[in-house]
Design a protein around this ligand. Structure first.
Ligand code: NBG
Length: 844
């Protein structure tokens, strides 16, 4: 028999042979996997077989680093960041993993040598759409940066069987199609059936005395579900670190099944199984939280409870049998309020299950959690009605009452007699239907609270969380969002990546601030030409894609004016639509008018129950039908709505954009991250002073940014007074003409009723001040059109935008979180054998 150390040595050898990085080793591994995993001979293998064989080949090479990382963290009991998020919008994995491993080129070579279409294999991958939009994508960018910065981290979330729906457009309307992303298999996940935890739901509680005579509470649940871990590796770029994304899948608890089964109630057992599995069946497709859905609360509690139990398990393994120092082992970040129930759940685990006293448990809990707020929309602040909350989590409600009781005592001491303040701060909203305020729970249970852009944080401190800021100003800080340049440049824009790296070297991939070295080249005519050529080629690709997806022919010479993001009234896609109509009218009336040819491109999903957002999609498609079909406008204006916007599509769109539409009502968009992806890819922004737009404008210089519209303060003021949108309609002939055209049915094939609700809403209410900003927007668009005609100057601005985007890397954001909030340091992962790829790890 071999000793463990002999076995370890032999394992190392075999791993080395199996995961070689030469082109030949990759080819051999690919063919092996096609045979041994897919069980296929080449003549009958499908593209999906090839994709899977390649994915497993890459995964083998990741596992090596993954296991090494895990072992290092284990040996060193490394302080670990746990990022709790109900959403992780990863996007396709294959290309990203190749990029981060530094083997993109040689794998392409290997696949092409085998006579297969490498790009086709990348295209084959169905992306895990486990998120709605910015919030979920931010979590994915942060995982990339955590691994790249060599920080020990675990992402914890939900393995939804159905992710965000796929969108089709029929007769101009959005149609939702279920997202069966797991249908053809998911090669990136490793199921861990042995990492499983029970999660209780419903029922009631009972008080009892333990042997020491202390009063304790026991929770008698109505049912118990089991959470099973499913792991996805997250490789850093150009390092050996591979971190873990652990997603939980719900299953029926066997013991419970048997109970019913034994009592002869087979159908109850079956039913229970189905109800349990439902918990992780589907992602709620609202980008802003929705209230009143018990299943949603169950989802939140389910994944948070599994995650905290898992952390405790690991803690016991690595730090021995005490939880007194739990907060020294973990920094837990709450990505919005979706995981905020964790505050009560950790208290329950510590006090009820691990018998810690309340005061100490509370101290550990507050030192463990930190909370990021992602929205200012008052309707988006999560609350749960007490009856619903009690029916799902009876014990947590008691714990929340206790936390609240102690907290409000403290408030009363600080502010004697100030009952209004006590009511405003309370974790329970007593006005109307009583409910639990999740943001308050997160604030009270965390040692740090942050917003996601400078303006957002200021507004949080002034309005939404003002009373908490009065109480604990030291807890607040701003952490402006960022994006990963690996996915949103190296992977998605290889042409610009090559030009950048040829010009200033490739250090910018990990130190995005190094893009500043580009600045002098803005004055170099030859460089500008090369820059323009890259954009032209990217636009040609995008035009091909648009033709493919929409059947619309667009001219790559025209200005590509792009707005892609979730559909929401505050994001004001309808303001963009009004501008198109105005342009249409001007061009119709004056055939000799000299304007810049434009292609206005849209993409984005509407929440299935959001009537107005769906009507706006219908309007855009109605406008596209009229404009694209009118010979008078040929060569001057085109409109395209690309269906099914997701990460994969974004990667095709950002590189080909000239103009980035960031036109939300000031004070409504917490940060935005699409704005950063466009600017990094050389698009200029037309935008309001909202979210991170403000910081982007400061960074790139006001002269390289198209600013328009009311400020947040002006919006506030106008709202407080009497905003009468129809006065703008009366006073502005162009605006009137545009709205009348909609009302007259021009974009609805003569149907005058279809868009009536939208027009009426704008004239009478106009919550987001579309009419107030209309003229400023149209004027600004005219400046954009003029600027685009001076290509040399436009290119200069484009170069300067990219050169000054360094600050918006998610690496910068993660460094700030790591230093200010998490207090974590990098952990270097050594590989035993020198199997890392040598040479330039980026594209050729
Ligand atoms: C969104 C904001 C965006 C922001 C992302 C990421 C929610 C609740 N919020 O402005 O609307 O960029 O979060 O922070 O999805």
């Amino acid at each position: 028999m071999s000793s463990p150390s002999q076995l370890a040595l032999r394992q190392t050898e075999s791993r080395y042979i199996r995961t070689g990085l030469s082109v030949e080793a990759i080819e051999r591994a690919f063919l092996d996997n096609l045979f041994f995993i897919q069980a296929r001979f080449p003549a009958v293998a499908t593209r999906n077989d090839h994709y899977l064989a390649l994915a497993y080949t890459v995964r083998d090479r990741l596992l090596h680093r993954w296991v090494n990382s895990a072992q290092t963290y284990y040996d060193q009991a490394s302080r670990t960041v746990c990022y709790l998020s109900a959403e992780f919008l990863l996007g396709p994995q294959l290309g990203n993993n190749l990029t981060n491993l530094g083997i993109y080129d040689r794998v392409r070579k290997a696949i092409e040598e085998l006579g297969l279409d490498f790009d086709g294999l990348l295209e084959q991958e169905e992306e895990p759409g486990l998120g709605n939009g910015g919030l979920g994508r931010l979590a994915a960018c942060y995982l990339d940066s955590l691994a790249t910065l060599q920080i020990a981290a675990i992402g914890y979330g939900i393995r939804y069987e159905f992710g965000i729906f796929d969108q089709e457009i029929r007769d101009g309307w959005q149609v939702e199609v279920t997202d069966k992303w797991l249908r053809l298999g998911n090669p990136w996940e490793i199921p861990r059936p042995e990492i499983a935890f029970d999660v209780k739901l419903g029922g009631h509680t009972e008080a009892y005395q333990d042997e020491q005579g202390r009063r304790r509470v026991r929770w008698i649940p109505e049912r118990v579900v089991k959470g099973i871990a499913s792991d996805t590796p997250v490789p850093g770029y150009g390092v050996n670190t591979v971190n873990l994304l652990r997603l939980w899948k719900a299953e029926a608890c066997e013991s419970f099944d048997f109970q019913a089964f034994n009592s002869g109630d087979y159908y109850r057992a079956v039913n229970q199984k189905l109800t349990s599995e439902n918990i992780t069946k589907v992602l709620y497709p609202n980008d802003e939280p929705l209230q009143g859905k018990a299943l949603r609360l169950q989802q939140q509690h389910f994944f948070v409870s599994c995650s905290l139990q898992d952390m405790i398990r690991i803690h016991f393994q690595q730090r021995g049998k005490t939880l007194d120092n739990f907060h020294e082992m973990y920094a837990v970040q709450l990505n919005d309020t979706h995981p905020a129930i964790g505050v009560a759940e950790l208290m329950r685990l510590l006090v009820d299950e691990h018998l810690m006293n309340w005061e100490q448990a509370w101290d550990v809990t507050r030192k463990t959690f930190a909370y990021t707020n992602h929205t200012l929309l008052p309707e988006a602040l999560e609350t749960w009605s007490l009856p619903l909350f009690r029916s799902v989590l009876p014990r947590h409600l008691e714990i929340i009452y206790e936390i609240n009781h102690r907290f409000l005592e403290e408030v009363r001491l600080r502010y004697p007699g100030d009952d209004g303040r006590v009511a405003r701060l309370s974790l329970i909203d007593e006005g109307g239907e009583r409910s639990v305020r999740m943001a308050h729970l997160a604030c009270v249970g965390s040692h740090a609270i942050n917003g996601v852009a400078a303006l957002h944080t200021e507004l949080l401190k002034r309005d939404a969380l003002r009373d908490f800021h009065d109480l604990w100003p030291e807890k607040f800080s701003n952490k402006t969002n960022g994006i990963t340049p690996r996915r949103f440049m190296v992977l998605s824009n290889p042409r610009l990546t090559r030009l950048l790296s040829r010009t200033i070297g490739d250090s910018w991939i990990k130190e995005l601030d190094d893009l500043a070295q580009l600045e002098p080249y803005a004055d170099d005519a030859a460089f500008r030409q090369a820059w323009r050529r890259v954009k032209e080629e990217n636009k040609r690709d995008l035009a091909g894609y648009i033709l493919d997806r929409t059947g619309t022919v667009v001219d790559p010479e025209s200005l590509f004016d792009v707005q892609v993001k979730r559909l929401h009234e505050y994001k004001r896609q309808h303001l963009n639509a009004l501008h198109i109509i105005t342009l249409y009218q001007r061009l119709k009336h004056d055939p000799s008018l000299e304007t810049t040819p434009r292609t206005v491109i849209f993409g984005g999903k509407a929440a299935p129950g959001y009537f107005m957002a769906k009507l706006i999609i219908r309007l855009i498609n109605g406008i596209a039908e009229v404009v694209n079909g009118d010979p008078d406008l040929r060569g001057r204006l085109k409109v395209a709505f690309i269906p099914g916007y997701n990460v994969k599509q974004g990667q095709r769109i950002f590189p080909g954009a000239d103009l980035s539409e960031q036109i939300s009502t000031a004070g409504k968009e917490a940060s935005g991250t699409g704005n950063m992806k466009f600017a990094l890819n050389g698009a200029l922004t037309i935008g309001t002073l909202d979210g991170a737009n403000i910081e982007i404008r400061e960074a790139v210089g006001p002269e390289n940014f198209f600013l328009f519209g009311l400020t947040a303060a002006q919006v506030h003021e106008l709202k407080a007074g009497t905003y009468k949108p129809w006065e703008y309609y009366d006073a502005n002939p162009r605006l009137r003409a545009a709205l009348d055209l909609i009302r007259d049915g021009v974009f609805s094939r003569g149907d005058r009723d279809l868009f009536q609700p939208l027009v009426e809403w704008l004239l009478n209410r106009d919550e987001y001040m579309v009419l107030a900003d209309y003229q400023a927007y149209v004027d600004c668009q005219e400046r954009v059109g003029d600027a685009y005609r001076n290509r040399e100057h436009w290119t200069r601005m484009s170069i300067l935008n990219v050169a000054r985007m360094g600050r918006f890397s998610s690496d910068r954001a993660i460094r700030e979180y790591a230093e200010d909030i998490w207090k974590v340091k990098p952990v270097t992962i050594e590989l035993r054998e020198p199997v890392r790829a040598k040479g330039n790890p980026s594209h050729p």
